[in-house]
Ligand binder design. Structure first.
Ligand code: NFE
Length: 474
């Protein structure tokens, strides 16, 4: 029997996503035969930046999302560093890394325990655990209880990791400390001591609890290392600069085609945004230095507010697995469980790097260089957010922002079909998935959650004709 269903909204993600799927029996196997990822809200941040002082960009774009504001602040100031021709002193570079890194660690813990684990374990008979699908539970009660306890611990560890972000960032979410040329907080000795004490607890949690839990779950659901693959093209912009000329990074940029071991160099000229199936005025595929954000709704053939970014016109997956793959840290496969495993290994890699970086701070040393705002400039700020490659593109004319484009990680992963009709990475990952129970297709949720989508980053609410803007509730 052919069934068409919509998951609207998909829960336990950030923001609002609607997935439309068709399930049918092919060659005797009930499976997903069509999938559409629908980002239902218009973001429009690019439009409200036009005409602003460029120095507002990091503060405004941090408001794109409360989960990964740090990466947006960082991408914005990286673009402005370039536009204003200002270098960043060692302390500024390290403080940016510490603040972004602690946000990664927090976000990965949040994702596994709060957003994904409820797909696998049975919780108490109360919200947010009920009403839930009670299918394909494979854990005995002892293992289930242990993971439930770790879920509760994760609430505390998340808060502590957020405290780390706030020690130097000033607050979390939306730390105001990112500025062109560096950072605003001084790494005073007592701040370093506070940060380090929390870091030790967080590292112990990742080593002793988070990573072992993911490895345990991947063992129980080992068939989930065969599902949810997608195109297998893994793209990273790179992040966490290790030297002052910013040539060496903890995560180098690059792209692996079809999950190969060969890594191609990144060329941002190869990035184009397609809009044929998105609610934007049609234009040819365009690089973010040029592409427009002109909404058009309704529009024939369109079904999402997300554009379709493509690299050399191919869909690409971004995120922890892409970063770890490109850097040779994790190459077991591309699947639901591989995403969880790569994310947990990445959390440990970053947390251990943070420990080294703190020791490299010079207390009371310079944290930023002075700059003169450019009257005319064009620049890009590329970095990594917890969910993957993040880019901000800015053009400044007469000292004001004339053009701004953001491509967030979820726009890569959850993109709709491109101009050639090729589905986005999540859409492709869903196709062909065997479905045991079409009334409770838990397999769909597990695939979606493995990408850790954030539609907040990709879309925001605007209500034309009303003077209010409404942000999706997390
Ligand atoms: Ni709203 Fe984000 C991250 C960014 S995902 S969480 O990580 O940018 O699109």
């Amino acid at each position: 029997m052919r069934i068409t269903a919509a998951f609207d909204p998909v829960t336990r993600i950030e923001g609002h996503l609607n997935i439309e799927i068709t399930i049918d029996t092919v060659n005797g196997l009930q499976q997903v035969v069509d999938a559409k990822a629908v980002g239902g809200l218009f973001r429009g941040f690019e439009k409200l930046l036009i005409g602003r002082d460029p120095r507002d960009a990091q503060h405004i774009t941090e408001r794109i999302c409360g989960v990964c504001p740090v990466a947006h602040g960082l991408a914005a100031v990286r673009a402005l560093d370039d536009a204003f021709g200002v270098s960043v002193p060692a302390n500024g570079r390290i403080l940016r890394n510490l603040t972004n890194g602690s946000n990664f660690v927090e976000s990965h813990i949040l994702h596994f325990y709060l957003l994904s684990l409820p797909d696998y374990i049975a919780g108490p008979a109360t919200a947010p655990w009920q009403a839930g699908w009670d299918v394909d539970r494979r854990l005995n009660s002892e293992d289930n209880d242990r993971l439930m306890q770790h879920y509760l611990q994760a609430l505390t560890m998340r808060r502590k990791a957020d405290q780390m972000t706030a020690v130097f960032g000033g607050r979390m979410p939306h730390p105001p400390a990112f500025i062109p040329g560096g950072f605003t907080a001084n790494p005073r000795a007592e701040r370093i001591a506070t940060f380090t004490a929390i870091l030790d607890e967080v590292i112990a949690f990742i080593e002793n609890t988070y990573l072992p839990d993911v490895q345990f779950l991947a063992g129980v659901y080992d068939d989930y290392q065969s599902w949810g693959r997608g195109p297998g093209n893994l793209l990273a912009y790179g992040a966490f600069e290790l030297n002052d000329d910013q040539t060496s990074k903890l995560f180098a940029p690059g792209i692996a085609w079809n999950a190969a071991d060969v890594i191609d160099a990144l060329d941002t000229n190869a990035i184009n945004e397609h809009v044929l199936h998105s609610w934007f005025l049609n234009h040819s595929p365009a690089n973010p230095t040029e592409s427009k954000t002109e909404p058009q709704h309704p529009k024939d053939g369109a079904y999402s507010w997300l554009k379709a970014p493509r690299y050399l016109e191919e869909p690409c997956e971004v995120g922890p697995l892409a970063r770890m793959w490109v850097n040779g840290d994790y190459r077991q496969g591309v699947s639901i469980m591989d995403r969880h495993l790569a994310r947990a290994h990445e959390a440990l890699k970053i947390a251990r790097a943070i420990r080294q970086w703190v020791a490299e701070l010079t207390p009371e040393g310079s944290v930023c260089n002075t700059f003169v705002p450019a009257e005319t400039a064009e620049a890009a700020g590329l970095t990594e957010a917890p969910r993957g490659a993040l880019g901000h593109w800015v053009r400044i004319e007469q000292s004001r922002i004339a053009h701004y484009q953001v491509i967030s990680p979820t726009t890569w992963n959850v993109s709709p079909r491109d101009d050639a009709g090729v589905p986005g990475p999540l859409e492709q990952a869903l196709l062909g998935t065997p479905i045991e129970n079409a009334e409770q297709p838990i397999e769909i949720m597990r695939i979606i959650h493995s990408f850790d989508p954030c539609l907040d980053c990709a879309t925001h609410v605007i209500r034309p004709g009303r003077q209010v803007k409404i942000y999706p509730v997390l």
